[in-house]
Design a binder for this molecule. Structure first.
Ligand code: PEP
Ligand code: MN
Length: 344
């Protein structure tokens, strides 16, 4: 990883370092942060002569050689100073709340507009709404592209940035073209490396934020962090890590709640952790406790399914979604725990 003395290199300087690393079979990937750009060396960056040539240049501060399978996501990476801003807040300085329906019902857009207004009033800064849905049952409702218009209309009505899951490159393009602010990579696709690469490539030149869920089948944390590295390595460091429960399930819960991995993630990586208590436990009655536990464990944010009238919902909403009053109370309590952990 190359750190210039200035905030970024000029095009001539970039061309010069590119020539140097190419002589050693490597290439340069700029990673554009809000304030400064750093330059990842893609390839084997341990070659001493290459490092000496780079460090010999007057405009280079230093070359960091982090020996980690996820050197950009690593806590020791210079990206550790990168701050992600969304919905009017900067991650890490205030608790981020993403809330909204599991699934938008294209036959009932009005319900989603009401949910959008209700989650805003409850204190959410980002609105979620499922457009395309990964369903276990192939005959269950799979989502509908029409819901993309409904999602963006809810954004116009509330001013909240919006989040939707994409499962393939076509959906990815449609969501970005429509102006979706946050892309969700779901638990089923967190190990789909070609999709991770496609997402990284597609968001490289944008300020889109990616919420990467933990796969149901991920074991060692390195697997989760490396999945994030796939995306970030294309140049956009706006990534949020989202524990959402794993398999096998804890009897009684939908999954095995995994908010407790938050401190471990924070030890290994700088990326903000946004826990999804809804899919972790799978039942509205258990969601508030899981949400509060996540904040106590050090989460930077929560992604909560909520619905203005859960019994009229589709997808996970009838079982999992919090009604607005419960969402508001959960957010209030979560903010109190956040304040205990971050005294001003
Ligand atoms: C969802 O957020 O509605 C969803 C399907 O999430 P996950 O990928 O965590 O199952
Ligand atoms: Mn859901």
């Amino acid at each position: 990883m190359i750190l210039p003395k200035a905030n970024r290199l000029t095009s001539e300087q970039l061309a010069e370092i590119t020539r140097i690393v190419e002589d050693f079979g490597c290439r340069i990937q700029p990673i554009v942060g809000a304030v400064r750009t750093i330059y990842a060396i893609v390839g084997d960056e341990r070659e001493e002569l290459m490092i000496d040539r780079l460090e010999g240049l007057g405009y280079i501060d230093r070359v960091d050689k982090i020996q980690s399978p996820h050197k950009l996501m690593d806590r020791r990476s210079d990206l550790a100073t990168h701050r992600i801003a969304l919905g009017g807040i900067t991650l890490g300085t205030e608790l981020l709340i993403i809330a909204g329906q599991c699934t938008i019902d294209p036959k009932n857009p009005q319900l989603f507009y009401e949910t959008a207004q209700a989650v805003k009033e409850a204190g959410a800064q980002v609105l979620r709404g499922g457009v395309w849905k990964p369903r276990t049952n192939p005959y269950a409702f799979q989502g509908d592209v029409k819901s993309l218009d409904i999602l963006l209309e809810a954004h116009r009505r509330t001013g909240l940035p919006v989040d939707a899951e994409v499962m393939d490159e076509q959906q990815l393009k449609l969501a970005l073209d429509a102006g979706v602010h946050m892309l969700q990579i779901g638990a089923r696709n967190a190990l789909n490396y070609s999709l991770l690469r496609a997402v990284g490539r597609a968001v490289a030149e944008r300020d889109t934020v990616v919420l990467l869920k933990r796969s149901l089948h991920m074991g060692p944390l390195n697997e989760f962090i490396s999945a994030a590295e796939y995306i970030v390595s294309f140049g956009n460091p706006n990534i949020l890590l989202c524990p959402r429960g794993t398999s096998p399930t804890l009897e009684g819960y939908r999954n095995h709640p995994d908010e407790s991995i938050t401190p471990l993630l924070k030890e290994k990586t700088w990326a903000p952790v946004v826990v999804d208590p809804s899919h972790s436990v799978g039942k509205a009655a258990y969601v508030p406790a899981c949400a509060l536990a996540a904040v106590a464990y050090g989460a930077d944010g929560l992604c909560i399914e909520a619905h203005v009238s859960p019994s009229q919902g589709i997808g996970d909403d009838p079982k999992q979604a919090l009604p607005p009053a419960t969402l508001a109370e959960t957010i209030r309590q979560a903010k109190q725990i956040w304040m205990l952990r971050h005294p001003r």
